[in-house]
Design a protein around this ligand. Structure first.
Ligand SMILES: *Cc1c(COP(=O)(O)O)cnc(C)c1O
Length: 348
């Protein structure tokens, strides 16, 4: 039987419509700017986000790496939350490619608020690396897929700009945030100088992310993409699936959110599981094992043998992510197996 794969929303397979569009895509050489399908994807992404221009890139890591490079020079600082993807999951690209130091601010909920940012801003001085950039993440992966309160986001953008800083939004799952608010995604991009978003997560495309921002920034971004080895040729094959993801798949994210909610509420009743239901706002469920009878890797291994895949994020923390390849019935079945295994572990 096919496992119920809740490790990440990156595991989705392209739909038949995507495969058809890929097979039939009109293509050209994108390094020459001549791939009509890539150009169409970039134009639509810019439009949808209310920005001047966009750049199609192979991954979210590359989009964030390019954005940090655009907004900084070597020896500066980037302020972000202490559990940010750019800090913990991108092989220190901020240091490696941009030569910048990350000033990580711990937050209880992944939401970086203006007073906390303001306290950490460094001006040029004989001792300090000056701050250049504030990077925010919406939804916040390691905080459990939580959504930025809109007024908090606006306040950070306004405050940072008033201090002469730039703002990058790591919006790998920004469409999940928009689904949560029930608003167009452009409203959540307002105020950010650049936004990176994934086509290959909840939106279901096989490959790709997009960086959106100002025209001049995106022209420079194109050069950084080439330096990083991201200059692709007949990339319209990939962009064709990306266009379907962008135009059609955000409409189905509320179903993923409802399935995550169902999963979370079901496992919350199990002995030795702690899940903060207030953080289950989108398609991510983080839960902790509090009983001590079983570790997260052990539970993940037992779940695997029962056909349920999820990710252990440490000795006690696990993550489940819903997506379109997991039905409501499968989410319910997976949760029931978690409850069963935790109940029998507690009895030993
Ligand atoms: C997945 C993710 C990325 C990076 O995307 P890749 O395509 O895997 O490189 C960046 N930020 C966040 C918050 C993510 O969840």
């Amino acid at each position: 039987m096919k496992p119920i794969d809740l490790r990440s929303d990156t595991v989705t397979r392209p739909t038949p419509a995507m495969r058809r569009a890929m097979a039939e895509a009109e293509v050209g050489d994108d390094v020459y700017g001549e791939d009509p399908t890539v150009n169409r994807l970039e134009r639509r992404a810019a439009e949808i986000f209310g920005k001047e221009a966009a750049l199609f890139v192979p991954s979210g890591t590359m989009a964030n790496t390019i954005a940090v490079k655009l907004h900084t020079t070597h020896g500066q600082e980037v302020i972000c939350d202490a559990r940010s993807h750019i800090l913990d999951y991108e092989l220190s690209m901020t240091a490696w490619f941009s030569g910048c130091l990350v000033r990580a601010i711990p937050t209880p909920d992944g939401i970086l608020r203006w007073p906390a940012v303001e306290r950490e801003i460094r001006k040029p001085s004989p001792y300090w690396a000056p701050t250049a950039l504030v990077a925010l993440e919406n939804t916040h992966n390691l905080a459990g897929g939580v959504v930025y309160p809109r007024e908090v986001f606006r306040e950070v953008c306004a405050g940072a700009h008033a201090e002469g800083l730039r703002v990058h939004l790591d919006g790998a799952r920004i469409f999940n945030a928009a689904a949560y608010h029930g608003c167009p995604v452009r409203e959540l991009a307002e105020g950010a100088d650049t936004v990176a978003f994934s086509l290959s997560k909840g939106l279901g495309a096989p490959v790709g992310s997009v960086l959106v921002g100002g025209r001049e920034d995106m022209a420079r971004a194109r050069l950084y993409r080439k330096r990083l080895g991201g200059g692709m040729r007949q990339a319209g094959i990939l962009a064709a699936a990306g266009l379907i993801a962008l135009e059609e798949h955000s409409a189905r994210l509320p179903a993923d959110h409802a399935n995550a909610r169902l999963f979370a509420e079901t496992i919350a009743a199990a002995p030795g599981i702690q899940v903060d239901l207030a953080t289950v706002q989108t398609n991510i469920v983080l839960f902790e094992l509090t009983g001590g009878e079983i570790t997260a890797p052990e539970l993940a291994a037992r779940l695997t043998s029962r056909g349920v895949l999820l990710t252990a994020f440490g000795p006690r923390l696990l993550r489940a992510v819903t997506h379109y390849d997991v039905t409501r019935e499968e989410a319910a079945a997976a949760a029931a197996i978690v409850v069963e295994l935790c109940t029998s572990a507690a009895r030993v």
